[in-house]
Design a protein around this ligand. Structure first.
Ligand code: 1HE
Length: 265
């Protein structure tokens, strides 16, 4: 596997600062960051490489005024794909988004403008979604004569419930502002989604990497298990994480009364 400095990227920009905060930028502004097959391949490469490159957290942002306009409809139209071909395309989308969700590196999406169709599928694979006043969420698949193929039936339904998702797909209903937060599409609504995303990334990066690895992979895996198996897996993960050396100094500080207390401001 190639390291992040060796990746040849055209549709994404990738940077990592000295604190291990990675920035992945969707870089097809002229196409409103629509996801063509090449961009999805780059997402796979980037999110496969980030954990090994020692990224402590990642901000996923976009160039331009829209986060992501979803599937590249023009490419899809020109390609006139067979069912088997499009199924393979969807498997690539799943690979990219699974690498994000299960990779163990906190991914914080800084949203703006359109977060629609496959763009919402991409955003819903992040661990935290931050919206601003311009952000709106939609699933226009029905209007386009399409169906979701990038995991929305699992992730978006998981965020907002199947009834709201079906409504969005059938009627083109858009969510924005506080209502989007209230239904679960975003966790934060702020003036500057990017600035807040970096604040959250820096906060998360203060945690030991093994704790973040568990938080950003185990919770998702456990949703896929029976309650009995999830409880067992939770105990196994906690056995490893909660006995890590990296936690010793933090526990000692608490025991000696010098650690910060958990209190509201
Ligand atoms: C695109 C795409 C795209 C823009 N594929 N090229 N997604 C949608 O149904 C959303 C489609 N896009 C839009 O509704 C609008 O473009 C936006 C509201 C996002 C932005 O509007 P606007 O006025 O800023 O831009 P525009 O003039 O519509 O588009 C600018 C260019 O971006 C134009 O290309 P140009 O070469 O003519 O300049 C557009 O064609 C291009 N563009 N969106 C391709 N989506 C795994 S299944 C997932 C299924 C789905 O995701 S369905 C939802 C698809």
């Amino acid at each position: 596997m190639r390291g992040i400095s060796e990746l040849a990227l055209e549709n994404l920009l990738l940077a990592m600062d000295e604190d291990g905060i990675a920035t992945v930028t969707l870089n097809r502004e002229a196409k409103r960051n629509a996801l063509d097959a090449a961009t999805v391949d780059e997402l796979i490469e980037v999110f496969a490489a980030l954990p090994r490159a020692g990224a402590r957290a990642c901000v996923l942002r976009a160039k331009g005024t829209h986060f992501c306009a979803g599937l590249d409809l023009v490419e899809h139209w020109h390609a006139d794909r067979s069912a088997a071909d499009f199924m393979q395309i969807c498997l690539r989308w799943h690979e990219a988004f699974n690498k994000m969700e299960y990779g163990g590196v906190p991914v914080i999406a800084a949203l703006k403008g359109a977060v629609v169709g496959g763009g919402l599928e991409l955003a819903s694979a992040a661990h935290i979604r931050v919206a601003d006043d311009s952000t709106y969420f939609g699933l226009p698949e029905g209007q386009r004569g399409l169906f979701t193929g990038g995991g929305a039936t699992i992730r978006v339904a998981g965020l907002i419930g199947k009834a709201r998702m079906i409504d969005m797909m059938l009627t083109g209903r858009l969510y924005r502002g506080q209502q989007a937060v209230d239904v679960g599409l975003a966790q934060y609504l702020v003036e500057d989604s990017e600035a807040r995303a970096y604040e959250l990334a820096r906060a998360a990066a203060q945690n030991p990497p093994l704790s973040n690895f568990a938080i950003c992979s185990a919770v998702s895996h456990m949703q896929n298990m029976s309650a009995l198996d999830a409880a067992y897996a939770e105990a196994a993960v906690a056995g490893v994480v909660n006995t890590q050396q990296a936690a010793r100094a933090r526990l000692e500080a608490f025991a000696k009364g010098t650690a910060a207390r958990v209190r509201p401001d």
